[in-house]
Design a protein around this ligand. Structure first.
Ligand code: NAP
Length: 278
């Protein structure tokens, strides 16, 4: 059984980003718009900032409060959209409950949408017009490619269908000619469905949901789940059980996670190059 760790491909990607950055007149910058009080948003910003610092990309933060209004939040994103010193904007979810998330996300121009969560960005991937997808989706595919896991013609099950994780993962696998089965909370007999897959990608956020019964013997299992528990960061996969049947699996922590940040920074570089007409 092979453990698909993300550290080696992340190191390679980091080095290539650092080299590419040398081709820019100045490093592009990234701004987070997020809740001042939500720990998940803060943890995400911290993780991205750490990776960005390592390659020399400046990151700043604009904080929203429980008293912030939708108009204030949208106004803030519009100012960042017009600011030539800002090349990338990330809306860190969840936003304060006083703010309408859809309106804030819609204010991010596709040209600065590093997370690729605007309708235009997702639509472009769906139309096959762009490969720029959310960092986590790109990281899943990068990890599979790094370990030379074949996808063309193989059955891939994606568990989870969110706009920012499950759906883009499925689209990227489809673009690589996998036969994609999408599963979600309404899927009946989940184990029946997922145990037909050669590649199983879990994007749910429920620790231990995927057990050995869900996995076809010899399948490759990618764990995207990242849930903070009292026992630390947990994926969706019961690693001990699944290790007995899978041919390879990606651990949490240390699998998809380390790659995600650099896939995101790669998006920033691509968008900056596009904006500069390169
Ligand atoms: P989300 O918006 O809550 O979506 C969860 C998805 O899982 C939904 O589509 C839901 O189905 C489905 N689901 C829930 N319970 C299920 C069940 N019992 N059986 C089958 N499907 C079920 O979460 P998300 O934003 O997509 O994130 C998913 C996970 O990825 C989280 O743990 C998140 O922390 C992690 N994540 C990791 C990274 C990384 O870098 N590793 C980056 C981003 C996110 P319905 O649509 O039917 O409700």
């Amino acid at each position: 059984m092979t453990v698909l760790t993300g550290r080696e491909p992340a190191r390679e990607l980091r080095a290539s980003i650092a080299t590419e950055l040398g081709e820019f007149a100045g490093p592009p910058s990234l701004t987070f718009v997020r809740s001042a009080s939500h720990p998940a948003g803060a943890a995400y910003a911290r993780q991205v900032s750490r990776g960005a610092r390592r390659v020399g990309v400046p990151v700043s933060e604009q904080l929203l409060h429980e008293t912030s209004t939708t108009a204030e939040a949208v106004g803030l994103v519009e100012r960042l959209a017009a600011d030539e010193q800002v090349q990338g904007i990330i809306v860190g979810l969840p936003l304060p409950s006083s703010v309408d998330t859809a309106s804030v996300v819609a204010a991010v121009p596709p040209s600065k949408d590093v997370d690729r969560i605007t309708r235009a960005a997702i639509g472009a991937v769906l139309a096959g017009a762009s490969e720029l997808a959310p960092g986590v989706a790109t990281a899943v595919v990068r990890l599979l490619e790094y370990y030379e896991i074949p996808l063309a013609g193989r059955r891939a099950a994606v568990v989870g269908r969110s706009r920012s994780v499950g759906k883009p993962v499925a689209l990227l696998l489809l673009a690589r000619d996998a036969t994609v089965i999408m599963c979600h909370s309404r899927t009946r007999d989940l184990a029946d469905v997922t145990s037909q897959a050669d590649v199983l990608v879990a994007c749910v956020g429920r620790p231990g949901l995927i057990t050995r019964e869900h996995v076809k013997p010899g399948a490759v299992v990618i764990d995207v789940g990242a849930t903070y528990t009292a026992d630390g960061l947990k994926g969706d996969v019961d690693a001990d059980g699944v290790a007995q049947v899978a041919s390879a699996y990606s651990p949490v922590p240390g699998g998809v996670g380390p790659l995600t940040v650099y896939c995101l920074l790669e998006n920033l570089l691509s968008l900056t190059r596009e904006a500069q007409g390169g």
